[in-house]
Structures are given as structure tokens and as C-alpha cells.
Design a protein around this ligand. Structure first.
Ligand code: SF4
Ligand code: SF4
Ligand code: SF4
Length: 267
């Protein structure tokens, strides 16, 4: 199976992959794999932006999201009359002619990777640039999004030949057995700035320890009084801050969101 592995630690959110996909498919009809992609409203490679935490502790992660090449694909189950099939390289393809009127295919994808073309009345999505793989352009025989990435964040190739160390799937809980891999998927964090309310100064070198059912994590405040405890499991925690001979204890939870505690008085 051919697929992608996208390293979010390297992705700058430049949208080059998204623009490359638009350039390849808008105004170009690549039958039998795809009709023209409309200029607006569709992003077969969708660079999604996630902002987490609260000021001043905010993290932004970009997650380029194409079709996830699901093995147990709900879109294929929803398609009728042969409107979808799977290529030998593993890519599910929507037939642009047989799928006319089959809006239920759009609704079946839990990743939001399929779009409805109002004018043509067909569902459309990433084709894996099947036309390029099959030789439509002598200059390029790989997916345009991969070719257009300036940072090398996207790997593409046979799944068992990709470097998948530390890679994870996006939303495995959907149960679709997807095959697009990601490195650096955002995990929860707890952060804050520790200050001395007596001297009205930040506290450098305070020990911040998070203890919960999933384990314990420690960080020291830097010369700005700032600490970050990153890559945390979703859990309830006791945060203990020690410095200046004082101790402060705060209960926090990363079960639903990241925790930016702002200024913390070490009193
Ligand atoms: S990501 Fe969506 S469109 Fe792609 S195979 Fe999975 S269900 Fe189908
Ligand atoms: S593989 Fe091709 S169709 Fe799919 S997202 Fe990349 S550029 Fe677009
Ligand atoms: S082109 Fe590369 S660096 Fe830019 S958004 Fe896409 S994956 Fe990220």
C-alpha cells in the first residue's frame, strides 16, 4: 500500500501541499479518477490549524489532512452502484460518473475528507494523484502535495518502507483502519509562569511536578519563570510547585483540554 507519513514537528503550516493540490486539480479534469476540483470550497489536502491553551500559553499545530486511505472505509460502504473502488495501491477512488447524486458518500467519511460538488452533483476527494502515478505527466510521478512540500514534512511511498518510528494514526477511535501516519500529533500540556508575590519577581528554578494516575512529570521554571509540562496523557493531576522554600499545590485536569495556568503566585 502506498501512503503518507506527515511529520507535524517539521510542518510549518505553509499550506504548500494544499496549494499544490489545488494547482493540480482545479481546472484539470483527470478522468477516470477525478473531475475538476472547484476553485473554492474543497481542500483535498486540508491543512487544519489547531490552537490550544490560553494566553500566554498557546500552541498552534497544523495537521495536513488528506483522505486517510482507510482499509475499513465507511465511504466505500456508503457508495452504491459501483461508485467507489480501491486501486491496487490501496487508494479508494470515487468514480466521477457513477457517483453522481450520491451525497451519502460525503456524509460517510468521519474525517471530513470528502466534498460535495454542487455543480456536478458528485462527491470528490483526494485521489492520491492517481493520474500522476499512472504517468499523466512525464515531469512528475508522485503526489503533487508531496512534491510541493518545502520542508520534507511529508513522506510518501510504500507503507512498509516509510520511517514510521513514533508515528500514530489520526483518530484511530473511528475504527476505519486508516493508513495515513503522523508524527508529532499534539498531546496535552500544563504550563504557567511562577512569581514571588512578596518581591514581585518571577521565580527561576522552581520545581514543578505533576503527579497523577498515569505517572509523574517534572519541569523547572526558566529565567522568565515559565514552565511547560508537555506530551501529557489525558488525566487528573496534582501539580506541586516548590521554590523559595515554599510549596504550592494545584489540582489540574488535562482530560478535555490543555491547561495554561497563567501567572501563579508562589505564596
Ligand atoms: S478518510 Fe474518508 S474518504 Fe478517505 S477512505 Fe477514509 S472514510 Fe473514505
Ligand atoms: S495526493 Fe494529490 S489529490 Fe491527494 S491531497 Fe495530495 S495533491 Fe491532492
Ligand atoms: S507543505 Fe509541508 S510544511 Fe507546508 S503545510 Fe504542507 S506538510 Fe506542512
Amino acid at each position: 500500500m502506498k501512503t503518507f507519513c506527515i511529520d507535524l514537528n517539521v510542518c510549518t503550516g505553509c499550506h504548500g501541499c494544499q496549494l499544490g493540490c489545488k494547482d493540480e486539480h482545479c481546472g484539470n479534469c483527470w478522468l477516470p479518477y477525478a473531475a475538476e476540483q472547484p476553485d473554492t470550497g474543497q481542500f483535498w489536502m486540508n491543512v487544519r490549524q489547531f490552537e490550544r491553551g490560553k494566553r500566554p500559553h498557546v500552541k498552534v499545530t497544523y495537521i495536513p489532512t488528506p483522505c486517510q486511505r482507510c482499509e475499513d472505509a465507511p465511504c466505500m460502504k456508503a457508495a452504491k452502484d459501483g461508485a467507489m473502488y480501491r486501486r491496487d495501491d490501496g487508494m479508494p477512488i470515487i468514480d466521477p460518473e457513477k457517483s453522481k447524486g450520491q451525497r451519502q458518500i460525503v456524509d460517510a467519511c468521519p474525517y471530513g475528507a470528502i466534498f460535495w460538488n454542487e455543480e456536478l452533483e458528485i462527491p470528490q476527494k483526494c485521489t492520491g494523484c492517481a493520474h500522476l502515478l499512472d504517468g499523466a505527466d512525464p515531469m512528475i510521478s508522485v503526489p503533487r502535495c508531496f512534491d510541493n512540500c518545502p520542508t520534507g514534512a511529508i513522506q510518501w511511498g510504500e507503507e512498509d518502507e516509510l520511517d514510521l518510528e513514533g508515528a500514530e494514526l489520526l483518530h484511530p477511535e473511528y475504527g476505519t483502519k486508516s493508513h495515513v501516519w503522523y508524527k508529532g500529533l499534539p498531546k496535552k500540556f500544563v504550563a504557567g509562569i511562577v512569581y514571588d508575590p512578596v518581591e514581585k519577581e518571577i521565580v527561576e528554578g522552581a520545581k514543578c511536578t505533576l503527579v497523577g494516575p498515569s505517572g509523574s512529570f517534572t519541569a523547572m521554571t526558566d529565567d522568565m519563570g515559565d514552565f511547560w509540562l508537555r506530551d501529557l496523557p489525558e488525566d487528573d493531576w496534582t501539580l506541586t510547585i516548590e521554590g523559595l522554600g515554599r510549596t504550592k499545590v494545584i489540582e489540574v485536569s488535562t482530560k478535555t483540554e490543555d491547561v495554561g495556568l497563567g501567572d501563579i503566585a508562589l505564596d
